[in-house]
Write a protein that binds this ligand. Structure first.
Ligand SMILES: NC(=O)c1ccc[n+]([C@@H]2O[C@H](COP(=O)([O-])OP(=O)(O)OC[C@H]3O[C@@H](n4cnc5c(N)ncnc54)[C@H](O)[C@@H]3O)[C@@H](O)[C@H]2O)c1
Length: 272
């Protein structure tokens, strides 16, 4: 895990009881970044966790790695089935696998639009379709425990430069979250999303590597957020885990921003 200046370290995060004891969870894209931090936190809080990823080699210790690419409906169904067999059921889906895209609407060809939407939007549709029968069973057996949490983005609610395709994909995730929350509320399955600002993950590391001046680019991304720094994967994971937890049993159809104030605040320039 990288260290983000100004952010509390994992050791300073509040500790919780084993509030996920007896619960089972699947995290897509759980082998890196936000997904890995989420899978590790769910495990630490007592859940049995499977990680579905196209490269599950980085799945956190104590989780069940499942190899699948979310662009394949067949692979996702098989992967969810494998996770359910190994975990003994499924209460919680965290649909987090996603990729970035840079450019204005003129910069990406149709095949790139199709590739990114296939992963970022249809990937979540496929995971939900495969998981819902198991989540309904979990909801019937233990009311209040079944949920889906999507990793959406600040790009769904704020216009960011050079992110036309990525923003369109996350806007779709936000609308999908609301529609699914309505469809499944009476089945006892809650559906929410988190909207991270720019988060310090291997993905952002790759993005910075492409910049002419990575240090200046990192500083600019941090300065864009009112707290003046990137958010950490652990901070996003804490929000996802809250939405999936029994403490959020009345929360559905919600987008929870974890963005250092980027969506909601309008600051005056700092004096001096
Ligand atoms: N890092 C940020 O600044 C940021 C901000 C807002 C939202 N997000 C969202 O958070 C999520 C996770 O991003 P991250 O920063 O942790 O990225 P990351 O690259 O560190 O991790 C993404 C994981 O998803 C997996 N993955 C990618 N495509 C896949 C596919 N087709 N099938 C299966 N697995 C696949 C990768 O192997 C990887 O393990 C994404 O949905 C992203 O859009 C990230």
């Amino acid at each position: 895990m990288t260290t983000t200046p100004g952010a509390p370290g994992a050791a300073q995060q509040p500790q919780h009881a084993q509030d996920f004891a007896g619960l089972t969870a699947l995290v897509t894209g759980g082998a890196s970044g936000i997904g890995a931090a989420t899978a590790a936190l769910l495990t630490a809080r007592g859940a049995r966790v499977a990680v579905l990823d196209r490269d599950p080699s980085g799945a956190p210790k104590g989780t069940v790695p499942v190899l699948a690419d979310v662009t394949s409906d067949e692979a996702v169904r098989a992967g969810v089935g494998e996770a359910v067999r190994q975990l003994g059921g499924l209460h919680i889906l965290v649909s987090n696998a996603g990729i970035g895209a840079i450019g204005t609407v003129e910069d990406n060809a149709d095949d790139e639009w199709q590739r990114v939407l296939d992963i970022n939007v249809l990937g979540m549709v496929r995971a939900a379709r495969a998981a819902l029968p198991h989540l309904r069973e979990a909801a019937a057996a233990r009311p209040g425990t079944a949920s889906i949490t999507h990793t959406c983005s600040i790009a769904a609610t704020a216009g960011l430069p050079q992110r036309a395709l990525y923003s369109a994909s996350k806007g779709a995730v936000l609308a999908l979250t609301l529609a699914m929350a309505a469809d499944h509320v009476r089945e006892g399955v809650r559906v929410n999303c988190v909207n991270p600002g720019t988060a310090d993950t291997p993905w952002i590391g790759r993005l910075l590597d492409q910049a002419d001046d990575p240090a200046a680019e990192r500083a600019a991304l941090g300065a864009r957020q009112p707290m003046g720094r990137l958010v950490t994967a652990d901070e996003v994971a804490a929000a996802i885990v809250y939405l999936a937890s029994p403490a959020a049993s009345s929360v559905t159809g919600t987008a929870l921003a974890v963005d250092g104030g980027m969506q909601g605040l309008r600051l005056r320039p700092a004096a001096g």
